[in-house]
Design a protein around this ligand. Sequence first.
Ligand SMILES: CC(C)(COP(=O)(O)OP(=O)(O)OC[C@H]1O[C@@H](n2cnc3c(N)ncnc32)[C@H](O)[C@@H]1OP(=O)(O)O)[C@@H](O)C(=O)NCCC(=O)NCCS
Length: 146
Amino acid sequence: MLVRAAQPDDATRACDVLRRSISQLCALDHRNDEAFLSSWLSNKTPDNVRSWIEKSHMFVAEENVQILGVAALDHSGFVTLNYVAPEARFRGVSKALLQAVEQKAMELGIGMSRLQSTKTAERFYRAAGYRERSGLPEGTLGKMLK
Ligand SMILES: CC(C)(COP(=O)(O)OP(=O)(O)OC[C@H]1O[C@@H](n2cnc3c(N)ncnc32)[C@H](O)[C@@H]1OP(=O)(O)O)[C@@H](O)C(=O)NCCC(=O)NCCS
């Protein structure tokens, strides 16, 4: 598996991973409520993903030209996306992507990465060091970066 910076040409395949990850893995969050799920998916379009690739720091995990996962960091150190393809779950994809966005945050001189976790991923993020921290809004978890 290779983790690399996303390119605009990745947008359609990355978008497909985002949509399948949300639909198939995040049932704890959307509870199969069609209206809720469709609102969550509504901005996950190839055009939007292309613009996120251009405007943020997005990474993909790739193996044999298949995209296995997608993560992104904004310029303030907020992890805006971290989604694994259902068929690649529990193979270290999200861990590797989280390390890539944290490394990028450190390169940007950011001292704390932040995110809002799904219920689905909360255990994963807590194991990775994310916690409630003073000064963060309710629902936001942070991790001090070295
Ligand atoms: C839970 C999830 C994030 C784990 O990512 P992954 O790429 O499948 O798995 P990884 O191999 O990278 O990480 C494994 C870690 O996940 C955690 N984990 C294991 N089983 C888990 C479970 N059933 N639920 C939640 N976390 C779990 C553990 O910390 C594990 O680490 P360990 O192997 O050292 O014990 C992923 O499977 C998932 O459901 N993603 C859905 C999309 C999502 O919610 N993204 C977050 C947006 S904020």
